[in-house]
Design a protein around this ligand. Structure first.
Ligand SMILES: *[C@@H]1O[C@H](CO)[C@@H](O)[C@H](O)[C@H]1NC(C)=O
Ligand SMILES: *[C@@H]1O[C@H](CO)[C@@H](O)[C@H](O)[C@H]1NC(C)=O
Ligand SMILES: *[C@@H]1O[C@H](CO)[C@@H](O)[C@H](O)[C@H]1NC(C)=O
Length: 368
């Protein structure tokens, strides 16, 4: 009996460990969908990051500065300077004119490209200036647009929004490869189930730092000493108030802390120090773009989708298609009933992780 009990304990430990590892691997692979920067660059930077970025930078020098037209919500989108395709899709999905009628202003957060990146992406600074002139929605900071500068970008966006968008109720931060039903989001915000004194989004708990050097999300012990990240909300998309954003950025600018994984740092480390609450609304997120495809099929039966947010799965145009569905259904569809939810009825085949392409998107619950 005694050995049996021990064995059981061991198995429980192994199971718990596997579960946690799985979750960590899942989320950090998910994030491969973000800004695409070569592995090589990251590895080099990982060695210098600590030295280069010991200062938090709300004090980032701004190269291109837009005006803020938002009256209700300012939507800041982290975007890789070298890849205009996601920005283009977002602008076509939700035009500045339409957003303005909704009281929303949208601004893309960019860094700068070095010569190597300019050659590789064929995006020049002049092209970015042209883009800015045309759309008036580019905020560019004077730092290299790399993974390990993501926190600079994130804080720059919050700081700009606070200083320039007087009177807005909300700040919404998003990554440019995330698909969103903005009408659904507005409905949620208007219905005011949401407390203003919190960060609202997909809550991440008990995440373990990746310690494998080759992983894009590798964090050295120097960068982050702990064994577990504080609870944070995913940088995919979150909503907060200018007040909370102000606390976070003020604190970041005066504190000596810095960690380059931006959502962990801003919505985890800083948030925890300041005792800001998290409000989890993960039920409106899907982690697999194919659920969004299933959502869109509901249009013929005039059914809304419970998911308002998901990754684009590497296809920037999904944003445009999903928006059309969302707009149509906002006006014409009804809620699904409990048994007919997309999450329950959509059949998604298991897809082998494709590490290099970063298209691995599986809901962890489904694999277990
Ligand atoms: C903001 O408003 C100004 C003036 O109305 C306009 O020229 C500009 O294009 C707007 N920017 C955005 C991003 O909507
Ligand atoms: C971040 O940006 C600064 C300023 O351009 C640059 O010197 C540094 O190399 C960048 N850091 C990383 C890790 O890319
Ligand atoms: C709602 O449905 C009607 C009839 O099909 C259509 O004409 C209208 O454009 C739809 N509304 C939206 C916002 O798409």
């Amino acid at each position: 009996m005694k050995t049996g009990k021990h064995e059981l304990q061991v198995w429980v430990l192994i199971a718990a460990w596997l579960y946690r590892m799985h979750f960590v691997i899942f989320i950090f692979m998910e994030r491969d969908l973000q800004v695409q920067i070569s592995k090589k660059t990251n590895l080099i930077h990982s060695q210098t990051a600590k030295k280069v970025m010991d200062k938090s930078s709300g004090n980032t020098r701004i190269i291109i500065k837009p005006s803020c037209n938002a009256t209700y919500l300012i939507w800041i989108v982290t975007s890789y300077a070298g890849d205009p395709s996601a920005r283009s899709a977002l602008r076509r999905a939700y035009t500045n004119e339409e957003l303005q009628t909704l009281g929303i202003g949208r601004v893309f957060l960019l860094g700068t490209l070095n010569d190597d990146a300019k050659d590789r992406t064929h995006v020049s600074q002049k092209a970015l200036l042209d883009e800015s002139r045309r759309f008036g929605d580019i905020l560019q900071g004077n730092f290299l647009d790399t993974y390990r500068n993501l926190t600079h970008k994130h804080l720059m966006g919050l700081r700009w929004a606070i200083n320039n968008c007087e009177g807005v109720k909300y700040i919404m931060k998003m990554d440019d490869d995330i698909v969103v039903d903005i009408y659904g989001i507005l409905e949620k915000l208007h219905s005011s189930v949401i407390e203003k004194d919190s960060l609202i989004g997909y809550s991440m708990r008990n995440m373990i730092p990746v310690r494998e050097l080759a992983n894009k999300w590798y964090a050295s012990k120097m960068e982050y000493a702990g064994n577990i990240y504080p609870d944070f909300i995913s940088g995919w998309l979150y909503v907060t108030s200018p007040q909370i954003a102000n606390w976070l950025t003020n604190y970041a600018e005066t504190s000596s802390k810095y960690f380059w994984i931006d959502d962990v740092f801003v919505t985890g480390i800083l948030r925890k120090d300041l005792n800001i609450k998290i409000r989890d609304i993960s039920e409106i997120y899907t982690t697999d773009y194919r659920y969004l495809e299933c959502c869109m099929k509901g249009r013929t039966n005039l059914l809304k989708c419970e998911f308002l947010i998901g990754p684009n799965g590497g296809d920037a145009e999904l944003q445009v298609r999903f928006k059309k569905f969302a707009k149509f259904c906002h006006a014409n569809c009804s809620m699904r009933d409990e048994n007919n939810l997309v999450g329950k009825t959509c059949v998604v085949a298991y897809k082998k992780p494709q590490l290099h392409k970063g298209t691995f998107q599986i809901n962890p619950i489904k694999i277990l």
